[in-house]
Write a protein that binds this ligand. Structure first.
Ligand SMILES: *Cc1c(COP(=O)(O)O)cnc(C)c1O
Length: 426
């Protein structure tokens, strides 16, 4: 029988991954084979609410027909030319996305980590050619507990021991400061004339959904401007409507005029996108910047065989259209308020949940137990049994990030599942 036609049980699929796959993840033991909107199904046919959305890549919902149609249609026409030749769709996508996010130019890549690497390279080249920093002296400021991906350079400035240990030697040129500490940023900028950029997540997702204090990003941007330092926003997880606005930084992006629900904060000099830029259908990432910055990149300086391929371009355009057509930012904003207020009500009398936090539909609960305890994992196992998939981060934090196409009724159903499950642990 052809390999793809075999019907596997969950246990068989898990055993195969364990035996033949590298053990670089520790998944919840559920084996999915179908998704639609806010739902996924396992191989035994059990239906679940997806409350992770592939780490916020599936904001537009699983297998969104408009995105799938764009992908299939482009896949039947032309899939890859490399950038050795032009194709007739990349330019259209670049114009569409540049206007959508209000930047002059876009540099297309595939994964989030590649886009972060790209932003770091652009920043360094800008430092030497525009800011006038001496060769090899540029520094980029990053935050403690950051998550920006898994390449050797990116893990060089991580402070997660599991992500770093025995992967040295590490890349130089980064200074780490405390997140959400404007004083720390001010000091580092005043004392280091060689700082070229400040790389920041508008909300720290992987760290456990840490929302900075009101005004932090705007103040950080103002400090960067004062010291001629590029403000680089990694919105790979927070972008594309996840936090109740098109972008969590949301400067003068176009959504302001359409369905933006929050107060605009800042416009980054360099914007990094990935994950939901494709609605989870395909690996698509991008770096956006204006000409004075992006024009430091010339032929041969940077590239990617698959970056900006026709399928990626078609998929990303469709995925961004869905965000606007279906007012996903507005929906994430409304449902986020409802979700937090419902869980907050629960937390007030709970011994299990100590904190509820987040923005839009990027939320987390902190379990009243230490990081080494199994409680959060056990809660996620019970949530799975009850028909909802979520995953702990950092041991005692559970992130809740459903697709943004959820309805109010579905969300309340999910709140009922979550609170019922938590009650079993009181
Ligand atoms: C997921 C993520 C990345 C890395 O994206 P990959 O596609 O996994 O390489 C980078 N930054 C942030 C904030 C992310 O959440």
């Amino acid at each position: 029988m052809a390999v793809l036609e075999q019907q596997l049980t969950s246990q068989q699929a898990i055993d195969l991954e364990n035996k033949y796959g590298a053990h670089n993840y520790h998944p919840l033991p559920v084996v999915l084979n179908r998704g639609e909107g806010v739902y996924v199904w396992d191989v035994e046919g059990k239906k679940y609410y997806d409350f992770l959305s592939a780490y916020s890549a599936v904001n537009q919902g699983h297998c969104h027909p408009k995105i799938v149609d764009a992908m299939v249609s482009q896949a039947k026409t032309l899939t890859l030319t490399s950038r050795a030749f032009y194709n007739d769709i990349l330019g259209r996508y670049e114009k569409f996305a540049a206007e959508y996010f209000n930047f002059d130019k876009l540099l297309p890549m595939n994964t989030g980590a590649e886009a972060v690497e790209t932003a770091l390279k652009i920043c360094r080249k800008w430092a030497y050619e525009k800011k006038g920093i001496a060769e090899n002296e540029a520094e980029i400021v990053v935050c403690e507990n950051n998550f920006h991906g898994r390449t050797t350079t990116i893990i060089s400035f991580s402070n997660d021991p599991v992500a770093r240990k025995n992967f040295g030697p590490y890349t130089d040129g980064f200074i780490k400061i405390e997140y959400d500490n404007i004083q720390a940023l001010q000091e580092v900028l005043e004392n280091n004339p060689n700082v070229a950029g400040f790389l920041v997540e508008p909300i720290q997702g992987e760290a456990g959904v840490f929302v900075p204090s009101e005004g932090y990003l705007a103040k950080a941007k103002a400090l960067c401007e004062k010291h001629n330092v590029l403000f680089i926003a990694d919105e790979v997880q927070t972008g594309i409507a996840r936090t109740g606005r098109l972008l969590a930084t949301c400067g003068n992006c176009t959504c302001e005029k359409k369905d933006c629900s929050g107060t605009p904060e800042v416009k980054p000099d360099v914007l990094i996108l990935g994950k939901a830029l494709s609605g989870g259908a395909y690996p698509v990432s991008a770096v956006l910047a204006n000409d004075d910055i992006m024009n430091v990149i010339g032929p041969g300086n940077h590239g990617s065989t698959f970056g900006g391929n026709p399928v990626a371009a078609a998929v990303a355009m469709a995925a961004l259209e869905v965000v606007t057509d279906e007012s996903l930012a507005e929906n994430a904003f409304q449902l986020g308020e409802l979700f937090r207020s419902e869980l907050q009500k629960y937390a007030e009398t709970s011994n299990v949940v100590s904190i509820v936090r987040g923005k839009g539909l990027l939320n987390a609960i902190v379990i009243n137990d230490d990081e080494e305890s199994e409680t959060a994992w056990n809660i996620c196992m019970k949530l799975k049994e009850n028909g909802l998939l979520a995953k702990p981060t950092h041991g005692n934090i559970i992130r809740f990030a459903p697709p943004l196409v959820m309805t109010r009724e579905q969300l309340l159903d999910c709140v009922a599942i979550i609170t019922k499950t938590l009650k079993g642990f009181e």
